[in-house]
Every structure is written in structure tokens, then in C-alpha cells.
Design a protein around this ligand. Sequence first.
Ligand code: PBG
Length: 347
Amino acid sequence: MNRPHGDSALGRDDARRPRRLRADGVRSLVSETSLSPSDLIAPVFVDATTTERQPIESMPGHERVPLSNAVTRVEEVLATGVEAVMLFGIPEWKDERGSRAYAEDGVIQKAVRRVKRETDAYVITDVCLCEYTEHGHCGLVEHTAGEDPPVAARSSEEPGLTVRNDESLDLLAKVAVSHAEAGADMVAPSASLDGMVGAIRQGLDDERFDQVPIMSYAAKYESAFYGPFRDATDGAPSFGNRRHYQMNPANAREARREAELDVTEGADVLMVKPALPYLDIVADVRREHDHPVAAYNVSGEYAMLHAAAEKGWLNLEAVAHESLVSIKRAGADLILTYFAEDVAGSL
Ligand code: PBG
């Protein structure tokens, strides 16, 4: 119906004025999404190779802290109102099997014990091998004894070499059990291997850790946004890449299947990673499952906002807050983010 210009194009009853609810007094009353410090998990890097705090250049404000500083570092997080941390370790040395990942006196095991003893933090641990293997892959790698990895493996095109799936599962279960023994409240397997969640659930249950939940990196993409993290943990693969176990960024339906499998295997929380470029996946997992959904706002997402802010092109506090609200709006209940402390502090 054509109305004469200037007449009540909005309708006589003025029913269609969404702006009414944007006035200052009412905006927050009708806000659909809220963000609170208790939604956030702060990643913390504990480094066994250093005795001093080492700034991570590509992640401004973040550091690798020595074991002696793990408790202090976690206390800093707690002081902002954030209640949970995700611990990542940089071991004193790396080997082919990632044996420092499941050592009783490994960096994470020691850190967890101290943090659990001295703070009230909820402690989650990343369960993977890539920070602990000298080749930097997330499981055992196939190659002939005594030789360098086959040339084919070094090519990013050639699938010649990959992580040995089933042989790596026992190790991942061992890692998870060693974390639980140290007192971890929750484990978060991130190796992207088939059957990983089931193997870890079984391993934990066999050792009577049936109360330790698993937050599975259910939809974990082979993403270029992990760059700064790999600098931080010195965890980039020394050859090849991770596209044979991490998901293809082009795939969304596959994420449903991955999440479904993890649920069947016993995952308690389903994580999507990265977050901002994958909000459709967060929304999908939210719709398809009634499990809590976590999203990992990864190192590259953090670094790019910092870089732009440093140039004066973006307001850091505003874009950080907007990013986290958007991740929640898409359906995440929990967010792992390097912005946790800053955003919590400003809430
Ligand atoms: C691997 C792991 C990675 C991240 C968390 N756990 C790196 C990878 O998968 O390559 C990346 C997190 C980030 O970029 O912030 N165990």
C-alpha cells in the first residue's frame, strides 16, 4: 500500500518503532546477551625453560611465566573476577613421543598442583602433544627409523605423512590422567584425533576420575589464526601442517558430525575454535546440542585487534567487548580468550 509521503509511513498506531527500546534507561533491560567474568576462561602459559617472565611479542600483555610464578599469574587472573584458567605448558625439553606431556613432574602437572593448592581457580588443562613433541605435531608421527621425515611430508600439498591416530590415543589418555592426578578440574583435548574423547573418558574412568569433565575441542579448524600461539609455545610443526587432522575451514556440516561424535564419546562441553570467523559453527553447535558450548577466541583474533589498536585504527576496549558479546550472542556459554582479564576488569 502506498502512503502519501509525510503521512504516517510508520502506521497510525506507531507500532513499529524499535528505537523506543534503545533509550538509555531501557537498553540494558531488553539486552538479549550479557557478558560476565564467570563466562570467561583465561589462558595461562607456564614455561619450564625460563626463570623469568617472558613477554609474548605477538600477544601484547601476555607472558610465559616460570613455574615459580604460576600461582601469582593465576592470582592476577582471579583478581579481575575471572574464575577459570586454561593452562598451557612449555616443557623443559621435547622429544618424539612428547613424554614431558604426561610426566608426573612435568611443567603442567607441577603447575596444576601448585595452583590448586594455593588458589581457588577452576583449572582446565589443554591435552595435546604438540607443545611437547620435537616435530610439533599433535600425536605420534610416522617415519622410518633414523631417517628424516619423508620429503613428501614436508610439502604442504602432499599427504605423505600424518599423525598416527590410534597409536596416539593411549598417550593422550595418559596426558589427561596425569593432569587429573595433579588435580586438574577439567581437561580439554585439542589434538583433533579420531576417538580422542572416548579414549580419554575411558582412561579417566579407569583411574576413578569419572568426575573430571571433558571440554572437547570438537570443531577445531586448521586455522592460520593460531600463529601467535605457536610462537608463544614454540609449537609450530617442524614439517608439514595440521590439515590432515584439523578441520578444513570450508566445512560446516562436518562440524556437526564432529560434535555429534564427541557427544557420543562422552564430551561434557563442546568447543568451537577459532571463534569470530566461525560464529556460524558456534550457532550450529548451539542449535544441535544441549551441551554447554565453548568458543576459543584464539591468539590471532587477539593479535589483530591489538595491532590495529596500536596503529590507532580501532578502540581496543570497545572491539574486545563487542567481540566477546558477539561470540555469546552466537550461542557460546563460555569463552576462552586472551581478553579475559581486560574485559572482566571493565565489566
Ligand atoms: C594445540 C593448541 C593450539 C591452540 C590451542 N591448543 C594450536 C594448534 O592447534 O595449532 C591455539 C590457540 C590459539 O591460537 O590461541 N594443542
